[in-house]
Design a protein around this ligand. Structure first.
Ligand SMILES: *[C@@H]1O[C@H](CO)[C@@H](O)[C@H](O)[C@H]1NC(C)=O
Ligand SMILES: *[C@@H]1O[C@H](CO)[C@@H](O)[C@H](O)[C@H]1NC(C)=O
Ligand SMILES: *[C@@H]1O[C@H](CO)[C@@H](O)[C@H](O)[C@H]1NC(C)=O
Ligand SMILES: *[C@@H]1O[C@H](CO)[C@@H](O)[C@H](O)[C@H]1NC(C)=O
Ligand SMILES: *[C@@H]1O[C@H](CO)[C@@H](O)[C@H](O)[C@H]1NC(C)=O
Length: 872
């Protein structure tokens, strides 16, 4: 008997096929890949089948091509592709959806690697295992399956399961009719396909229009009968004439024909296809009739083959065999005058493919994304989500159950060198919840469609080269809980603030942060000074950023020298550089801060400041105007705050009149607004870390400009809403909780803001050792328990304030300096409290507005001396 398929394929073209050889063109839908074939030898016409084979190079992204050491007569077997790296390797083929395909892969080892071990590995169709390739394939190198495609792409994957290396010789796809090999579920894996044609050992295309591979070894104890007459072959199986003109009958005509096959797992579900045609000329008295008995069940009684007409019998539901061998008997009936007859048969076992492939929309989209960004990730082959153990890296999927296609819900392409725009095809991943494109070189604008992706709740676009505005719809979603990180995009405008200015004056000159930092740096701070006078200190439009941003330009070092008049006048010294005074032109004064070459700490702080200032734009934060990045020098240009810092005005160091209570409240409110912007208007949020009166600069109208971002830090949002850092900041202003735990949150800035509030209320030193309580917060606390508000208040205010305004401010300040960060208000709460304080104070002054506006004019014109912007 023949328990296995034939040995090596050795094709001999029989006379019937010669007719077809004239046309060397593949039938529609045929895919014939010679795996490992070098592209320069592709394509070629295989001589025995007349089929055109092509190289597989365009259908797989991995593997190595090699040649068998010993030439094989069948040309497609001479090359192979093997896969020494990675686990799963997939061919990606375009197919017709919903079509039954005969899929054949062959594995001709030929000791190509000299190890003389036939490898063992798994063969998959999409997410489902099809076969284990093993030593058995040495004898029959093909695996064949009839499979209905579910989408327009088909993935055939080789999966490494042990120490040996997967390889493949050929891969062939043949579309079939959809009315022949039908199952209720699952696919049909070929076990045997046998015919009785004695003239050749195997038979395929062009005899068989579907290129089924037939073995012709005959059936145990049978002999062949033949006819020269043509047989009507009209049935869905479209068997070749050469096959149906031959049949087997038993050698001993009283014996049955036994179809025996086995060697499979006992649970295998088997389909048997029996092809019959009466090809002998029967006399009137002749009767051929037999029962078909299979797996101990009579399947068909008294069957008579049709005269000169093909007829196929098959079991419509699969049979289980009791053991590893199945037998079907064709037993002649009592009244039959002739022995049974069989032309051909096929045996398949059912392979259930339980897993639905990943949703085709997601597959199409992710493949387009892969192509658009030229991603070369070895695991990005085959089905994206399945099998789960070979899922693509950097994606996450949702799995409902086996019959529901998985969906891609997360895509992490962080730090993969992506270039170009944020691809529109991303929106076709409709179930995406999380998208991380951080640390790439993506350019262009943040697309509006991100706001339309319903499931998307977390977007990380940080550290790219995105520009323009964040679409309002996206900002809206952010307010409703969308996590959106756009940190580190120099030309991206994070807040409402730049809506007015950026579109009008695109920043084209900003160099990359790293370029700045790799250069030794000169920091240039320019304070725009404008002589324009307004009659009110408050209630005016902020300085338009456009004036500044248009001037955000590149300076040469010689320009910096000219601007500072060769660094003529030192006006201050910061933690990492000296500040020089200068003039941009007749009306604009400048200050130049040089990074000292020896300062590594300064270098870090400088970096922090540069990073922050390239990103933030807020009327209450000191603004960048330009920079110098030349050889050893770099300069940054800031707007000019003509009235120095808040500390000078409180201490009386400035020659001007003392700030009144309303002005102090206004400055505090604006400072808090700048901080609120850092805390909630920036993505990721920022912590200033060094809020103090010397860092609150005042422009010519006494508007607050928060400066010195050298210690600023970003902190992530979400679960970990703190940053662990080395404690830094200024003694007295430093949040004790941060000092204790090293955990930095935006509440540390709230603490420092509280100290600033206490200073503007009391005008007392933050730390004074000789005081009853050295620290200002403790001292005020002590005074408050005594109910002694008069001794708390700055005497320079001359008692001119609304007391409920002061009480409220004190209360607020004390809550800000709560030792526990949980007890402190947010910066937004600070702002609204301070605004209320202002309302109280303003209502007190009602009826005295004339006087006030006059004194405001005096205020704004009396502080004209330039001051050190950064007195650290
Ligand atoms: C062949 O068989 C089919 C189906 O039984 C029939 O319709 C057709 O007429 C037959 N053709 C010939 C030439 O007998
Ligand atoms: C043919 O088979 C029958 C029934 O099994 C048996 O009795 C007979 O001896 C066989 N004939 C030969 C020639 O082997
Ligand atoms: C899979 O889940 C869907 C929807 O939840 C359900 O309708 C279906 O019956 C489930 N199928 C199986 C096999 O559990
Ligand atoms: C997204 O999917 C739709 C519908 O499947 C398709 O028409 C469109 O071309 C896809 N978009 C992109 C950018 O590929
Ligand atoms: C965004 O990406 C950056 C860089 O990979 C990372 O540090 C940060 O934690 C991410 N943020 C979020 C919210 O995922």
């Amino acid at each position: 008997m023949e328990g296995h398929r034939g040995l090596l394929l050795a094709l001999i073209v029989n006379i019937f096929s010669i007719v077809h050889l004239v046309h060397a063109q593949n039938p529609e839908g045929f895919i014939s890949l010679d795996c490992g074939l070098p592209a320069k030898e592709s394509p070629y016409t295989e001589s025995t089948t007349s089929l055109v084979f092509t190289s597989d190079a365009n259908f797989i992204s991995s593997g190595i091509s090699t040649k068998l050491p010993k030439h094989d007569d069948y040309k497609p077997y001479n090359f192979l592709r093997y896969f020494p790296d990675g686990t799963r390797h997939c061919y990606d083929l375009s197919v017709k959806q919903g079509t039954n395909y005969l899929i054949r892969a062959s594995f001709v080892y030929g000791n190509y690697d000299g190890r003389n071990i036939m490898p063992r590995f798994d063969l998959y169709i999409g997410p489902n295992i099809w076969a284990v390739v093993s030593e058995l394939d040495l004898y029959s190198p093909e695996e064949e399956i009839i499979h209905m495609t579910k989408s327009t792409s088909l993935q055939i994957c080789l999966v490494k399961t042990g120490p040996t290396t997967p390889f493949i010789s050929t891969l062939e796809l043949r579309p079939l009719r959809n009315d022949n090999y039908i199952t209720q579920s699952g696919s049909l894996k070929l076990m045997q396909r046998m015919c009785m044609t004695e003239t050749v050992s195997t038979l395929r295309y062009p005899d068989d229009v579907y290129d089924r591979l037939w073995y012709t070894d005959g059936i145990y104890e049978t002999k062949a009968v033949k006819t020269a007459l043509s047989v009507n072959s009209t049935n869905p199986f479209e068997l070749p004439q050469v096959i149906i003109r031959s049949a087997a009958t038993p050698v001993n005509s009283s014996e049955p024909i036994t179809v025996e096959y086995g060697g499979y797992s006992s649970g295998d579900q088997v389909y048997l296809y029996l092809h019959f045609a009466e090809i002998q000329t029967l006399k009137a008295s002749d009767n051929r009739e037999f029962d078909i008995v299979w797996a101990n069940n009579i399947k068909k009684l008294a069957y008579k083959p049709k005269v000169s007409q093909i007829d196929t019998l098959l079991n419509t539901s699969p049979n289980k065999c009791d053991n590893t061998f199945c037998k079907a008997f064709l037993v002649r009936t009592q009244r039959s005058t002739l022995p049974p007859l069989l032309n051909a048969y096929e045996v398949y076992i059912l392979v259930e493919f339980p897993y639905s492939e990943t949703h085709p929309d997601d597959v199409v989209a992710i493949k387009k994304i892969k192509a658009a960004y030229g991603l070369k990730i070895i695991s990005w082959q085959g089905d994206p989500c399945l099998p789960r153990e070979y899922k693509w890296e950097y994606i996450e999927c949702s799995y409902t159950n086996n019959s529901i296609p998985p969906r891609i819900i997360s895509l992490d392409l962080s730090n993969r060198g992506l270039k170009g725009i944020i691809e529109p095809v991303l929106q076709n991943l409709t179930q995406l919840e999380k998208l991380d494109l951080s640390i790439n070189r993506l350019s262009g604008e943040v697309p509006e469609f991100l706001a339309n992706m319903k499931s998307l709740s977390n977007i990380n676009l940080s550290w790219n080269n995105l520009k323009g505005l964040i679409p309002p719809a996206l900002e809206e979603k952010r307010k409703n809980g969308l996590k959106l990180n756009t940190q580190g995009n120099q030309n991206l405008c994070p807040g409402d603030e730049c809506k007015r200015s950026i579109p009008k004056f695109p920043v084209t000159t900003v160099v990359s942060i790293s370029a700045i930092l790799l250069t030794v740096v000169v920091l240039l701070i320019v304070f725009i000074y404008k002589k324009k006078k307004t009659s009110k200190v408050r209630h005016r439009l902020p300085i338009t950023k456009s004036e500044i941003l248009t001037k955000k330009r590149r300076f040469t070092y010689s320009e910096v020298e000219a601007v500072t008049n060769k660094f003529e006048r030192v006006i201050g010294e910061g933690g990492f550089g000296i500040v020089y005074h200068g003039h941009l032109n007749d009306t604009e004064q400048v200050a130049v801060k040089l990074l000292s070459h020896s300062s590594t700490q300064g270098y870090k702080q400088f970096k922090a400041e540069v990073e922050l200032l390239l990103r933030v734009h807020h009327t209450n934060l000191v603004n960048l105007v330009g920079y110098c990045n030349e050889e050893d020098h770099l300069a940054l240009v800031y707007e000019y705050a003509a009235n120095g810092d808040l500390k000078q005005h409180l201490s009386g160091e400035s020659s001007s009149a003392a700030l009144n209570w309303a002005s102090r409240l206004g400055i505090a409110t604006e400072t808090a607004q700048g901080l609120e912007y850092l805390h909630i208007g920036c993505e990721p949020p920022m912590i200033h870390r060094d809020v103090k009166t010397t860092n609150i600069l005042l422009d010519e109208h006494f508007h607050a400009k928060l400066a010195d971002f050298g210690l600023s830090r970003s902190f992530p949002v979400g679960v970990e809403s703190h940053v662990s850092t080395n404690v830094a900041g200024t003694p007295g202003y430093l949040d004790p909780e941060y000092y204790r735990t090293n955990w930095l949150t935006e509440k540390s800035d709230v603490y420092s803001m509280g100290i600033v509030l206490l200073e503007i209320i009391t005008n007392q030193p933050v730390i004074q050792q000789v005081r009853e309580k050295p620290h200002i917060a403790e001292w005020v606390g002590l005074m408050l328990t005594k109910g002694d508000i008069k001794s708390i208040m700055d005497p320079k205010l001359n008692g001119e304030y609304d007391s409920s305004s002061v009480w409220k401010a004190l209360e607020l300040a004390m809550s800000c300096v709560n030792p526990s960060s949980g007890g402190r208000p947010t910066m937004s709460q600070v702002i609204s409290e301070l605004k209320e304080c202002l309302i109280y104070e303003n209502s007190r002054k009602e009826g005295r507005s004339e006087v006030d506006s006059k004194s405001s004019i005096e205020l704004s014109t009396s502080f004209t001396a330039e001051v050190t912007p950064d007195a650290r």
